[in-house]
Design a binder for this molecule. Structure first.
Ligand SMILES: Cc1cc2nc3c(=O)[nH]c(=O)nc-3n(C[C@H](O)[C@H](O)[C@H](O)COP(=O)(O)OP(=O)(O)OC[C@H]3O[C@@H](n4cnc5c(N)ncnc54)[C@H](O)[C@@H]3O)c2cc1C
Length: 419
């Protein structure tokens, strides 16, 4: 491929303890926790609303915080953000979970739908009230690396390129863009054809008014309708990668034409397309190749360097721990991956990337960064006991409780195989 070389003179704008690249749900957790831990924190978000896929990507379903047997596993910011997601808007939170731990055993899960845009704004309110500096409409363009250490980030915005120095960087871009540009090895995902815009119709509004449930006014009109496991993927549709403009554009053009085809007929005065995903609905784009890569076989495995325990979103009982080594890589001393960027493959990537788990790894990444600053050590080599007790002080379960592991754990449920 032909290439050109550029020499740029870029203004140095400011200096931060922590720069979080990407204001999705993981990045919001990292930035908020970073500020709470006393780090001067900058959050860079290329769009105009926080929350990423969970908000502008219209994935407004907060997967469960519990094991499906009435026991809550995810706490800390994962729970704080669930409650924030419904602070201003409607919810579908089951009654048994409305007042803390259910009185009796239940298979009803601690999960909810939420209003994506109100949640995005509530995140902005919470983060700015607690001291996070946010730059919207500002892309993290290039990490500047010297000797395996990230010295800061070059940004690209309407005012041009600028440089912000940092001591620690969290990559929460959803596709490991910063880690990849820093030279860290990464692995690509493959994505089915999913695109779920929303419409209202006169009929749906009537039904919502009659039921008193505003969410019933909104209906999905899919382009590609593939689900997580590939159900609904047609043979003529390619699998998408997502980390290139050409590939993403092909996905968007096909999808938008498909959606339009569903509006060709019918009464134009009776319906309105009111929401469309402002990010491609790709589940797994690119993740780091960390010092450890989680797999489905890690279910029910304790890691000495675990930074959070997570429950499965789909299958009852299933529990994982996320080790620090899945969020870092030796040789990259001050870069931590959070959310969808964490090193996991197959079904484990799914388990670790859904909203509550992404929040948990975001929260953990801030603690890892804070310890590295305090100890002046690589982020993968700080005092583990201090890191874990710091998380536990914030109510995070670092390890899952063995009492929650079913007796037949080795064979149970291990049937879902992903791409
Ligand atoms: C079709 C679909 C259905 C799903 N269903 C559910 C569900 O029902 N429940 C659930 O819990 N999860 C679901 N998920 C998964 C979940 O939504 C995501 O995995 C999770 O929200 C990812 O959060 P994140 O913060 O890691 O990444 P993202 O949400 O991708 O956030 C990354 C953020 O970084 C920003 N960004 C990227 N690059 C840059 C840059 N260079 N500079 C500045 N900003 C940048 C982006 O704009 C974005 O805001 C679904 C996902 C898909 C695709």
């Amino acid at each position: 491929m032909d290439s050109i070389s550029l020499t740029l003179s870029v203004p140095v704008k400011d200096s931060f303890d922590l720069i979080v690249c990407g204001g999705g749900i993981a990045g919001c957790a990292a930035a908020l926790e970073g500020a709470r831990l006393g780090l001067k924190t900058l959050l860079l978000e290329k769009s105009c609303l926080l929350g990423g896929l969970a908000t502008i990507g219209l994935v407004n379903y907060y997967e469960p915080l519990c094991n499906g047997r009435g026991v809550q596993v995810l706490r800390g910011l994962a729970e704080e953000f669930l409650l924030l997601s419904i602070r201003y808007g409607y919810d579908t939170l089951p009654g048994v979970w409305k007042n803390g731990r259910p009185a009796e055993k239940t298979e009803v899960r601690y999960q909810t739908e939420f209003d994506p845009y109100l949640f995005g704004m509530a995140l902005c309110e919470r983060l700015t009230d607690e001291g996070v500096t946010i730059l919207f409409d500002c892309a993290a363009a290039q990490p500047v690396i010297e000797g395996g250490v990230c010295r800061g980030v070059m940004t690209d915005s309407k005012s041009g390129f600028a440089f912000y120095a940092c001591r620690q960087l969290v990559d929460a871009t959803g596709d490991s863009e910063m880690a990849a540009k820093a030279g860290m090895p990464t692995a690509d995902g493959k994505n089915y054809f999913s695109y779920f815009p929303r419409t209202i119709t006169l009929d749906s509004c009537r039904e919502a008014a009659e039921s008193g449930r505003i969410n019933r006014a909104v209906r999905t009109v899919p382009g590609g309708a593939a689900d997580l496991y590939g159900g609904g993927q047609t043979a003529d549709m390619p699998l998408y990668y997502g980390a290139s403009a050409e590939n993403t554009s092909d996905y968007l053009i096909r999808n938008q034409k498909l959606v339009l085809s569903k509006f060709r007929d019918g009464d134009r005065q009776s319906r309105m397309l009111i929401m469309t995903p402002m990010m491609p609905q790709f589940r797994c784009i690119r993740r780091i190749e960390g010092d450890y890569t989680m797999t489905e076989d890690d279910a029910y495995r304790h890691f000495p360097d675990s930074v959070c325990a997570i429950n499965d979103f789909d299958r009852r009982d299933f529990l994982f721990e996320v080790p620090r080594s899945a969020m870092t890589r030796k040789g990259f001393d001050n870069i931590t991956a959070a959310g969808r960027c964490v090193s996991a493959e197959g079904y484990a990537w799914d388990a670790v990337r859904v909203i509550p788990a992404a929040v948990a790894t975001g929260q953990a990444s801030a603690h890892m960064a804070a310890r590295a600053v305090r100890e002046k050590k690589p982020v993968w080599d700080t005092d583990l006991a201090a890191l874990q007790s710091g998380l536990e002080e914030k109510t995070v379960a670092v390890h899952f409780d063995d009492a929650l592991v079913p007796p037949d754990a080795d064979s149970v449920n291990k049937r879902v195989k992903k791409l």
